[in-house]
Design a protein around this ligand. Structure first.
Ligand code: NOJ
Ligand code: MG
Length: 557
């Protein structure tokens, strides 16, 4: 086992399609590890913790944005796409991080934010400062307002973060001016992708990071770049959420695919299979699959799976539909349960039927039961064919922090929307590494952390779980080691369902079998073979097994 855990990537080994079965670990830089004690995680902090990720057994890391940014949306508002924000470090730190990761056999995927930039981006500053008629205005969506004095927004589109998707500018002479479009916060003006300078700029940004050695990109709001000409009103449909979009004037328009075909040509110019994964909230799995046709991007996040309730029929249906949709275009399925935008799955899977499907509104749940279910779900996820995305802290079983006081919250959606219920800060609380009290090794002892950590997280720290059999960290490490070494758990699209009772899911992949009890009651099953790993305690005798509720077991048949 140890050998496997520390095995380095053999530089001579074929790289062919590494991404088809990769386990990719999302690092949210501001919350991972803080090297300089300012309370915000940074690139040197990440660098110092890379051996932990090698030992965990993941194949790649995806870093959320660390570029120069005023941080109005935690870095998803980029002021300079080729610079590292001083809060996170320097470009040399980024180079060092990529080099260290590669030495450890880890690939590095960075976030690319092409739908919008920051209001501090040079193009936008000039567009505003130069007033109407500035050629830089054409690179965004500037429009005169409606109504006699232009005081009404140009159309009825709402911002994803609440309020209108338009903000009015002030002319250089101090009079009220044109409006600009921002699907997210006002600090995030949308680019006009019909302007050739925008496309050119992103080609050079891609090359900049590819030249620096990154292995790929996660494309933010990949479905949003192209807007319907004329920016027509939504009319009756004046509410939307990323997941609900159907036919929309600004989401999932056919024109985006031309952009990704162009990017694919650039990625393919580089050696070593550089990849891109789309954050594309399209209405159906078939629409999502369009982003990963052979000449477009490599992967797309499977938000349908993320939003699927914890019951056997629903899970099976989504798994089948996902595999079928991706099979049709020759792309691997992807699976994810948590990220920096949704309620951690320790809580979310207990919240069935509450709130919207992406679980933006966290609820208090029984933490013991929540963790039990989350572990079962993670073990199911890791057994599925395709690529798995893990979010930092899920390997520690971190719960969603549901009681952050309003004054510490930083999610712009919290402040622009209802101002209650939580939203995305509760999944972004910094990682506990070791020690008895906050910041639990996230930064120097006694130092701050940008969001407060709960008082009872000492037992969840990496150090507290590392040597403990049965801990969530041990479970993830062991599962990832099995996944890496098992001959039937590679990229093969080889899932076959076996008959099972109502609350059970049972499937085989070659000689591998996964059994999941999603119901509340224990179920007795015939013993399929040698037990490889279980998400919780299981009673097994030579012939049969009592599979408790919310438990997953991997077997070798
Ligand atoms: C999706 C990102 O994951 C989220 O964090 C961000 O707020 C929006 N895109 C806008 O960039
Ligand atoms: Mg720092």
């Amino acid at each position: 086992m140890t050998d496997r855990l520390i095995a380095r990537r053999d530089p001579a080994a074929p790289t062919a399609s590494w991404w088809r079965h990769a386990v990719i670990y999302q690092i949210y830089p501001r919350s991972f590890a803080d090297s300089d004690g300012d309370g915000i995680g940074d690139l040197p902090g990440i660098r110092s913790r890379l051996p932990y990720l090698r030992d965990l057994g993941v194949d790649a890391v995806w870093l959320s944005p660390f570029y120069a940014s005023p941080q109005a949306d935690a870095g998803y508002d980029v002021a300079d796409y080729r610079a590292v924000d001083p809060v996170f470090g320097t470009l040399d730190d980024a180079r060092g991080l990529i080099a260290d990761a590669h030495d450890l056999g880890l690939r590095v995927i960075v976030d690319l934010v092409p739908n919008h930039c920051s209001e501090e981006h040079e193009w936008f500053r000039r567009a505003v400062a130069e007033g109407p008629g500035s050629p830089f205005r054409d690179r965004f969506h500037f429009r005169p307002g409606r109504g006699e004095d232009g005081s009404l927004p140009p159309n009825d589109w709402p911002s994803i973060f609440g309020g209108p998707a338009w903000t009015r500018t002030t002319n250089p002479d101090g009079t009220p001016g044109e409006w600009y479009l921002h699907l997210f916060a006002p600090e995030q003006p949308d680019f006009n992708w019909d302007h050739p300078a925008v496309a050119d700029e992103f080609r050079t940004i891609l090359r900049f990071w590819l030249d620096l050695g990154v292995d790929g990109f996660r494309i933010d709001v990949a479905h949003g770049l192209v807007k319907e000409p004329g920016l027509p009103d939504l009319g009756a449909e004046t509410e939307w959420h990323l997941l609900d979009v159907g036919v929309s004037p600004c989401f999932d328009r056919d024109g985006v695919h031309e952009i990704y075909r162009d990017w694919r040509r650039i990625l393919d110019e580089y050696p070593g299979e550089r990849v891109a994964v789309a954050e594309a909230w399209a209405p159906t799995l078939e629409r999502v699959a369009a982003y990963v046709r052979p000449d477009e991007l490599h992967q797309a996040f499977n938000f349908t799976y993320l939003g699927t309730a914890w019951n056997a029929a629903a899970q099976r249906e989504t798994i089948d539909a996902s595999l079928a949709a991706m099979r049709a275009v020759g792309a691997p399925a992807t699976w994810t349960l948590s990220n920096h935008d949704v309620v951690r799955h320790t809580n979310r899977l207990m919240q069935a039927g509450e709130g919207d499907v992406a679980g933006r509104r966290p609820a208090r749940v029984d933490q013991v039961a929540g963790l039990r279910r989350a572990r079962a779900a993670s073990l199911l996820l890791l057994a599925l064919p395709g690529s798995a995305y893990l979010y930092q802290g899920e390997e520690l079983g971190l719960p969603e922090v549901v009681d952050l006081p309003p004054e510490v919250r930083q999610d712009p959606a919290f402040h622009r929307d209802t101002g209650q219920d939580g939203y995305r800060d509760g999944c972004r609380v910094p990682i506990p590494w070791q020690g008895d009290r906050a910041p639990y090794g996230f930064g120097p002892a006694g130092g701050p952390s940008w969001l407060p950590q709960p008082d009872d997280w000492a037992q969840l720290s990496v150090a507290a779980q590392e040597q403990v059999p049965g801990s969530t960290l041990s479970l993830y490490r062991a599962a990832l080691a099995i996944r890496r070494s098992h001959p039937d758990l590679g990229a093969a699209d080889n899932l076959r369902w076996a008959d099972a009772g109502d609350d059970l899911l049972v499937f085989d992949r070659g000689r591998f079998r996964c059994t999941v009890n999603l119901g509340p009651e224990p179920v007795r099953i015939d013993r399929p073979g040698e037990m490889l790993i279980a998400s919780g305690p299981v009673d097994a005798d030579p012939d049969s097994v009592l599979l408790p509720g919310d438990t997953t077991v991997w077997w070798s048949r």
